[in-house]
Every structure is written in C-alpha cells, then in structure tokens.
Design a protein around this ligand. Sequence first.
Ligand SMILES: *Cc1c(COP(=O)(O)O)cnc(C)c1O
Length: 384
Amino acid sequence: MQIIPYSCQDIDDEDISAVVDILKSPMLTQGPTVSAFENLTSEYVGASYAVATNSATSALHIACLALGVSAGDLVWTTAISFVASANCAIYCGADIDFVDINLQTNNMCPFALEQKLEEAQKIGKLPKVIIPVHMCGSPANIKRINELSKIFKFKIIEDASHAFGASISDRKVGNCEFSDITIFSFHPVKMITTGEGGMAVTNDKEAYKALKSLRTHGIVGETNEMLPTPDHEIWNYQQIGLGYNYRLTDIQAALGISQIAKINRFVSIRNSIANNYKENLRSDYFSFQLVPSSNLSSYHLFTIQTTKERQVPLYRELRKKGILVNLHYIPIYRHPFYERLGFKQGYCPNAEEYFQKILSIPISTKLTESQQSYIIKILNSTQT
Ligand SMILES: *Cc1c(COP(=O)(O)O)cnc(C)c1O
C-alpha cells in the first residue's frame, strides 16, 4: 500500500549542493548567506526589511516584543490556527483572546472582530496587537483589519506561515501594506523550507532594529546604537535589552536561497492540484474554502468540509487506505493549556463547527496525478 502524506518538502540536487557548499565554507552561521536570504525574501515580498530566525515561532515571539507586547497587554488571534499564533503572546506575559472565523473563508471574521472590538472598547480592554493568520495560504481580509486598527488603535502581525508566495490583488503577502510585521515559516511542510526556519519582514525601521537585536541576545554592534562608553575600553558590542538566540544558520539560509527560486512554480503546482480537487470531488459530499477571486492562495493546505457525521469515519477510513489526511486545526482555546486559562468549549461557535467538519487532504508539489486521482476516487466513493 502506498502512503501519501498530507504534505512534504521538495528538495532537489541543486538544494543539496547549495548546502554542501556552505559546509565547506568558513562561515556556518549568521554570515553573508543569511543576509543574502533576507535580501531575497524582502525583495520577493516587497517589504523594506527582513530578519531571518530559527523558526516562525521565534519570529512571532520577537515580533510581539518588537511591537512592545508585555505583561498586562492583550493580544488577539484567530481561533483556528496552529498554537504558535497564540503562544507568542503568552511568552511575553500578555493575555490572549480569540476571534471567531468566517465559515466560508476560514479566516478571522472581520465582522466578529469589529463586534468584539466595540465590546472591548466599552470595558477598556482593547488589544495591543492582533495576529490574523492566512489560513491554508488564503489571505485573510487584512485590508479591513487594517481599517479597524486605525479606529481601535492596535498593531497587526500577519502570521503568514502558510502564505509565502500568496498574493492580494497581485501584491505579495508580506509587503506589509496593511500590517506592522509579517512572519513566514520555512518548516518542511510549509511552502519552501530551510529545515527549521522563519522570517519576519517589515517596513518599519524601528521594528526592524528591535527584531535584529532581539534575535541575538538583545545585542547591538553598530556604534551609533550603543550607549556612550569610555574611550580607553574596547566595546565592540553591547547588550541593550534582553534577547534570545533565535539565529538561522548559513547552512539553512543556503537551502532557503535555493528554494526561494522555485516559489512561483511551487505555488502554481499547488494551485493546479487544488483546481483538480475542486473540479473532481463530489460537490454533494464536500465544500471548499472560499478564496476571493482577487487573491492568490499559496495552498499550503487543501481542506475539504464534510459533515459532522462523516468527518470521523472518513478520517479513519482514509488513513486505513494510506491517505494521511489531517486536521487543521483544533480551535486553539480547546487545548488543555488554554482551557486551564479559562476558555470553554463553545467559545467560538464557527470555529467549533469548522473543527467538526474539516479534513486536510494531501497537497504538495510532489503529489503525482495518479495519486490525486486515487485520492479523488477514494473520497468520492467512500460511503460512511
Ligand atoms: C507552522 C506554523 C507556525 C510555526 O512555524 P514554525 O516555523 O514551525 O515555528 C506558526 N503559525 C502557523 C499558522 C503555522 O502553521
């Protein structure tokens, strides 16, 4: 029986030799290759600055810190995402809260957000930062969220872990036109990979400087960033705040540079697979995430919506047949850690409904046409 994972990386000989070249070079970490990868990324997405990190989770953490999130602050994210979208606020000592999703787009619902903001304003508990997630690679309504940010005075971090290569009206996600910082993930299941890795991009010079120093222990190296020091002492760097070791290696960055060259091809392959699924899966059995026609999804994930009755049997049946369907995601607040913070089942009704109807089916640049046909055949014929 063939086993088909829900996602997998796409590494070729070029990628491998790029990594081997660095292993033979004098510098293995945080050298010229990391800078080159940062420049290529900011150029590709159309942002002014980029800071590479060892994961998107690290990037989210220092993005929150760079925007001043600390104990007592409030951060909101969407109820349906990977836990990292919320954990970053907890790392900073802030309180987290969740906005319900729209059942069609599966992204943070702008109406639910507006209503929640109005209520929060009344009790004086507005969030400092909101973290929308571009679910499956389909951009959230960031323009509307940006309009609300002007009224209710919050900052925006786009969690674009799924959405490298996606665009809104032909403008790449990550250009930060409607946000303060955007973060990307280069985990192997994501759009391109560096093994582990992430990136924060921004147009805000102050945020950029903060991100850079937070990534490396809170250290700065430029004389104009240091506090004055005695002339007879050697101060070639200074720790000006508390930061972390969140560095990406040159080994990983070399892989990133080699991978980024393929991103448009990867997005286009994933879009053809998504179209094939949408055209050939039974529309009386399944419905799909709505991607507004002005947007291009990167299709990191492909989700199908079935019924509450069919979801669990279908999940078990497909796994038995080697099709490793998955579930993205359990509402974050349902996890025991978040339940202990006081969140209750049913808190975001749409998110709960989504959770009980959704399945992720395999999508990757390596998924062959015959595998796609096999998956479609099994899904269309499985009576549960
Ligand atoms: C994968 C993912 C992350 C974390 O990415 P890492 O690079 O593994 O730290 C954060 N947010 C979302 C929505 C993700 O899917």
